[in-house]
Design a protein around this ligand. Structure first.
Ligand SMILES: [Zn+2]
Length: 250
């Protein structure tokens, strides 16, 4: 088994439906020796918007980003080993115009898409990425895109090739999410074989809503080894490491 840094790139704070402040999450992560964490609070204007707190105004998003920048700066000044990434989890059943109006991807290090469950969903995300790429030329240099708790069962048969082409072409990663172990079950071994064959990036997120489960990355790591996807994770970590210098400047 290769040695990987401790990472959890899917965490919710009190800016959406998490129980803890960003500061509390950071303190606990330092104690647990995590090396990379990403706060990925919810963004939605679907039916969910009225049920869970989310990043629903420009002011709130700005405050969120400012707080993340400030704490990141403090970590650097304290020479902490922990890197704090700025993320957001976008519900793709939100309206396209709302997403375009509210989100500037260059403000984020990681942008997760949730509920990609069909070829239409893939098309929706592709349109967003194409549109952003036209507006922000070097978008892939600062923002990494991933699929949150992706359910392979929707793409088991004919549409698997479409999905793989999309992930490969747009450098979108698959998240091993320890809150949804059913999505990395062995019944999807064909899907994971395709991730390996197509050299799709993989990462780890715990979907933590509480500081009690910030370090649930053992099982995802074991499954990454089981599916022989260590090189896919290694490539992802290398991207993070390359960008670390850049994270330290903003
Ligand atoms: Zn989440």
């Amino acid at each position: 088994m290769m040695i990987f840094p401790k990472i959890n790139l899917h965490i919710h704070s009190t800016y959406s439906d998490g129980n803890n402040s960003i500061r509390e999450i950071v303190q606990k992560s330092i104690k647990q020796g995590l090396e990379y964490i990403c706060i990925t609070d919810h963004f939605t204007n679907s039916w969910k918007a009225n049920i869970i707190p989310n990043l629903d105004t420009k002011e709130k998003m700005e405050q969120y980003l400012t707080e993340l920048s400030e704490i990141r700066q403090e970590l650097i000044e304290d020479s902490q080993n922990l890197v704090l990434l700025k993320g957001i989890e976008v519900d793709i059943t939100s309206s396209y115009d709302y997403i375009m109006k509210m989100i500037s991807p260059q403000d984020y290090d990681i942008l997760l898409f949730e509920y990609v469950e069909s070829v239409e969903g893939v098309g929706f995300v592709k349109n967003l990425l194409l549109n952003w790429k036209q507006q922000f030329e070097k978008i892939n240099e600062y923002c990494i895109f991933g699929l949150a708790h992706f359910d392979p069962s929707y793409f088991e048969y004919s549409s698997l090739g479409i999905l793989m082409n999309f992930l490969k072409q747009y450098n979108v990663y698959f998240e091993f999410n320890s809150s949804y172990p059913q999505f990395y079950s062995q019944r999807y071994s064909n899907f994971f074989h395709e991730l390996q064959a197509n050299q799709i990036l993989v990462s780890i997120g715990c979907d933590s809503h509480d500081i009690s489960n910030l370090d649930n990355f053992e099982e995802p790591l074991n499954m990454i080894e089981f599916y022989a996807l260590e090189l896919n994770l290694k490539r992802f970590i290398e991207i993070l490491r390359t960008r670390k210098r850049y994270y330290n400047t903003i």
